[in-house]
Ligand binder design. Sequence first.
Ligand code: KG4
Ligand code: ZN
Length: 348
Amino acid sequence: MKVLGIESSCDETGVAIYDNRDGLLAQALHTQVDLHAVYGGVVPELASRDHIRLLPALIRQTLDEAGLAVADLDAIAYTAGPGLAGALLVGASVAEAMAMAAGIPALPVHHLEGHLLSPLLSDDPPAFPFVALLVSGGHTQLMRVSDVGDYELLGETLDDAAGEAFDKTAKILGLGYPGGPQLAALAARGRGGRFRLPRPLLHSGDLDFSFSGLKTAVLNVVSSPDWQPDWCADLATDFQQAVVDVLTAKAAAALKRTGLRALVVAGGVGANLALRATLDTAAGRLGARTYYPAPALCTDNGVMIAFAAAQRLARGEAPRGDAVIQVRPRWALAGLARPGASKPGADT
Ligand code: KG4
Ligand code: ZN
């Protein structure tokens, strides 16, 4: 079964073709980083326009690379949410129109389901059930994943997402957009321990997170009269350590609470090397293992969308087939239906 997947929820335009039998056949990815960098963050209207500009060419390129025509596809999948409404609508409209013209089903996919299933694409994939730590620019969640479409929310952030905290702190430190990778690079050059930053909700006894106070603590340090600009790298190191400590403690608590021995880490912040090293050690202490997507699949891409849809179709999901273009800018992952069931996803 050959599925073309389209990702357009934020600032990456991603297209890929995944075949249940032969694996990944082709992919194309365009990042809008340069477009938004001058504004210091994603401008939704510009994101939508750029998706419109590039999506047809990327689809053409992906089909050519796979040596396929639209008629050879079995389904077209697209990110239906969560994400920026206008950006999502571009992918949804193109996918639904192409599918209707070709007489094949279109499949709306949950963006976070794409992220958390992407480690299954590796050579050494985890087996169900596992704990998933989803750490992206918009979400920070711990889930119990029993199967494709069977997700139980264990805990989530009450305010900023981990990636958002990285991005906002990077801005405070005068780094460019996107801040996460730049802050991580600066942190690698700093020496930890100069600043005492909070570990929000570390001892809350639940699996929830809170990161907005941490960003404010960084702002207070930078605004103090004693602040010296050459402390930036040290502050980045201490900030990163605070985020890593909380994410690791909660992920370890989730492993203990569920009794599971596999931890999947997905989403852009999962690319952070300090986080990976600490999670690996903590999981190892519990006799558990960590699983990460390939580095290229950590941030947004079309492969994870094509793959998630292919998994659902292989498990008997019946696409709606009504060509209704509907996106869900906010969409709870735990509300998803298992493939084949008809429970609609709940909005949050
Ligand atoms: O999953 P993703 O590509 O997009 C969303 O769905 O949000 O995640 C993007 C987020 C951004 O906040 C970015 O700053 C962060 O992931 N990020 C990182 C690193 N690489 C990306 N944060 C910390 N360390 C990194 N190495
Ligand atoms: Zn994402």
